[in-house]
Design a protein around this ligand. Structure first.
Ligand code: GNR
Ligand code: NI
Length: 177
C-alpha cells in the first residue's frame, strides 16, 4: 500500500486514452488499493489511474456524504457508460490534477455504468447526483479528457496559464530547497 504522487495539468499523460484492462489480477488490485489510499489522503471523491501516471482503464470513487457516514468505495476496471439520461444537471467540479480551480460543468443527471470490480466480476449500476457526476468525470480521465475541456477556450486558457505558473513556482522552490 502506498500513497502515489498525483500529476498536475498540464501533463501529456493526462491527455492519453488509457489501455483496457485485460484481466483484473493482483497487479490491478494493488493499483486499486493504492488509488483509494491516495484519493482518501488527498482528499478527493474519485481518482483515475492516469492521475498517478498509470495509463490503464481503472478508476476509484467514494462519494459518501459525510465523514460519519459509512465509506462507499467503488473500484472499477474498464468502466463504460451504457445509458445516459436526457436530463442534465450542473455541478461545480474540481480535480485533484487541477487544484484550486473550480467551474460549473453540465452533464447527464443520471448514467448507467458497466464495469469489472476488484474480483473481475461484472456489474451494471445506476448512478445519480454526485456519484453520476463523479463517474463521468473519472471516465473522462481514462479517455484523456479533463473538466476544463467543457469550458470555453478563454476560461480554459486562464486556468492552464495559472497551472503553468504554479508549476514553475514549485520547480523554483524545490531547486532552492
Ligand atoms: O475530489 C473531487 N471532487 C469532485 C467534485 C466535483 C466533481 C468531480 C470531482 S472529482 C475530484 C477528484 C478528481 O480529480 N478525480 O479525478
Ligand atoms: Ni479529476
Amino acid at each position: 500500500m502506498a500513497i502515489r504522487n498525483i500529476l498536475y495539468h498540464p501533463d501529456p499523460r493526462l491527455k492519453k486514452s488509457c489501455e483496457i484492462v485485460a484481466e483484473v489480477d493482483d497487479d490491478v488490485r494493488a493499483l486499486m488499493t493504492d488509488m483509494l489510499e491516495t484519493m482518501y489522503d488527498a482528499p478527493g471523491i474519485g481518482l483515475a489511474a492516469p492521475q498517478i501516471g498509470v495509463l490503464r482503464r481503472v478508476i476509484v470513487m467514494d462519494c459518501a456524504k459525510s465523514e460519519d457516514e459509512e465509506p462507499q468505495p467503488y473500484c472499477m476496471a474498464n468502466p463504460e457508460i451504457t445509458w445516459s439520461s436526457d436530463e442534465l444537471s450542473v455541478y461545480e467540479e474540481g480535480c485533484l490534477s487541477i487544484p484550486e480551480e473550480f467551474s460549473d460543468v453540465e452533464r447527464p443527471a443520471a448514467v448507467r455504468v458497466r464495469y469489472l470490480d476488484e474480483n473481475g466480476a461484472e456489474h451494471e449500476i445506476d448512478c445519480e447526483g454526485l456519484l453520476a457526476t463523479c463517474v463521468q468525470h473519472e471516465i473522462d480521465h481514462i479517455n484523456g479528457k479533463l473538466f476544463i475541456d467543457y469550458l470555453g477556450p478563454m476560461k480554459r486558457q486562464m486556468i492552464t496559464g495559472r497551472m503553468k505558473k504554479r508549476k514553475k513556482e514549485r520547480a523554483k522552490s524545490t531547486a532552492s530547497a
